[in-house]
Design a protein around this ligand. Structure first.
Ligand code: BGP
Length: 485
């Protein structure tokens, strides 16, 4: 029998992730102007992004906690409107200094910064000027912003994630973008936005290759493997259709520089295909990525659309946290209908809990593209309780991560290149849909939607567990003793 402890490969990146508008706060401080996320999160009934987890003022304390946990990597995002308050033009020196200090502090503690250039937060100034990503001008402005970051921080940062969850930006296009009402009934817009992001990303990828010594360009995709409801041929076809439009449609651009033909031709039939200018595909082809960040939370299940539902229906999240209160499941006519998977449990917001999906997607992506990956998000949203003893007993999170790490390890055993695990999230952050009711952090932030309280940081049980996992380079996940965590 093999007695060697099962560990992750040498040099594996261990850490966690956050994003600027969800963690920083200081939304209109030190020269920063509002982003579309600051505005879209106003008056939602949940907290807004003005203070969030106050990381802008507490980043030193937060980095000390990362060090204590044993991190050797940390994923954060730059706020575009902190660097360029108007999106273009004058740079904000205080914003630039904040990221200089953050990066230097991380490096001093032996923590590799893994930044995201864009995590949903288009400067509001560009939305007002030309409707944000809807305009082709966004491509040039994003490239200038990207170039500034690369030239400024490229001496200290090698691995760059360019755009966060482009697939989710398309799926929830009116939530992840500030879309003026005049476009609301035109779903072609979401694929036009997507095309502009493809161009913008390719341009920045080429700039990374040009300017950063040993630099690597990547992006963090929101990825769900898609399962068919059953083996009926129509449902299997629906599964292929959804894989094509939800997954290959993005990754074929990232790694082959082309649109997945099945998905693109279907969009043409539906009058939803993007307008592609001459020369666009050359730009995209020259800017292919080197690695993939995988954000995985949940798998999806589909069937062929029922007759009465065979028309376009857009996805809507569960806003209450009551199981079964999902706003709407997406339908693409004659292609697929999302449904709840009858064979898997979910969390309170109807997100499927499926650790096998992690192995499935890693192997599937690797077979198709042969590219290195790192997990850039993974986690379970829950209503964590601060107990009277000042502890947060989040056993469900430990269980979730343990199972997902085992799945990652299995994929590695079978030959997949996985370079790191940066789960969501480091501290509790403002959820994209559910305020502070739904938490993901290793570290509790003492605030809620009703009040700011003292914003103090408290280590959850998962923090202490993760610390030991990191120390053992993953070996601890195999320990079956319930008292060892
Ligand atoms: C991903 C986003 C993150 C994060 C996470 C959890 O889609 O990249 O920004 O918030 O999902 O989602 P939510 O906050 O909606 O629960």
């Amino acid at each position: 029998m093999d007695q060697k402890p099962k560990q992750m490969p040498k040099g594996f990146l261990w850490g966690a992730a956050t994003s600027a508008y969800q963690v920083e706060g200081a939304a209109a401080e030190d020269g920063k102007k509002l982003s579309q996320m600051d505005v879209l999160n106003q008056n939602t009934g949940f907290s807004d992004a003005s203070i969030a987890s106050d990381h802008y003022h507490r980043y030193k304390e937060d980095i000390a906690l990362m060090k204590e946990c044993g991190f050797n990597a940390y994923r954060f995002s730059f706020s575009w409107s902190r660097i360029f308050p108007d999106g273009v033009g004058d740079v904000n020196p205080k914003g630039v200094a904040f990221y200089d200090d953050l990066i230097d502090e991380l490096l001093r503690d032996g923590i590799t910064p893994v930044p995201t250039i864009y995590h949903y937060d288009m400067p509001m100034a560009l939305v007002e000027k030309y409707d944000g990503w809807i305009s082709r001008q966004s491509v040039e402005d994003f490239a200038s912003y990207g170039e500034f970051l690369i030239l400024r921080y490229g001496d200290r940062i090698k691995n760059w994630l360019i755009i966060n969850e482009q697939s989710i930006i398309v799926e929830f296009w009116k939530k992840k973008n500030y879309i003026p009402p005049k476009y609301h009934d035109n779903p072609q817009i979401k694929f036009q936005i997507n095309h502009h992001m493809n161009l913008a990303q390719a341009k920045v990828s080429s700039l990374i290759h040009k300017y950063v010594k040993e630099g690597r360009a990547g992006s963090a995709i929101g990825y769900s493997p898609v399962y068919g409801l059953d083996s009926s041929p129509k449902n299997m076809l629906a599964m292929l259709n959804a894989e094509d439009l939800k997954n290959h449609f993005f990754l074929d651009i990232y790694f082959k520089g082309e649109y997945a033909p099945g998905a693109l031709n279907y969009l043409k039939e539906q009058q939803m295909a993007p307008v592609i200018h001459e020369g666009d595909m050359e730009i995209i082809g020259e800017g292919c990525l080197d690695f993939l960040g995988v954000n995985y939370y949940a798998s999806k299940c589909v069937k062929y659309p029922d007759k009465e539902k065979n028309h376009l229906i857009e996805a809507k999240s569960n806003l209450t946290g009551q199981k079964g209160a999902m706003g709407a499941y997406e339908v693409m006519p004659d292609f697929y209908e999302y449904i709840k998977n009858p064979n898997a449990d979910t969390n309170d917001w109807d997100w499927t809990i499926d650790p096998d999906g992690m192995e499935y997607l890693l192997r599937d992506i690797y077979e198709r593209y042969r590219i290195p990956m790192m997990i850039t998000e993974n986690g379970i949203g829950a209503r964590d309780m601060l107990e009277a003893d000042g502890r947060i007993h989040d056993d469900y999170r430990i269980d979730y991560w343990k199972k997902h790490l085992k799945a990652i390890h299995r994929a590695i055993e079978l030959g997949v290149e996985v370079e790191g695990f940066l789960p969501w999230s480091f501290v509790d952050v403002l959820s994209t849909s559910n305020g502070y009711q739904k938490r993901y952090g290793l570290v509790y932030v003492n605030r809620d939607d009703e009040g700011l309280k003292d914003l103090n940081r408290m280590k959850k049980d998962s923090f202490y567990w993760y610390q030991k996992v990191i120390e053992s380079n993953g070996a601890l996940i195999w320990n079956t003793d319930p008292f060892v965590r």
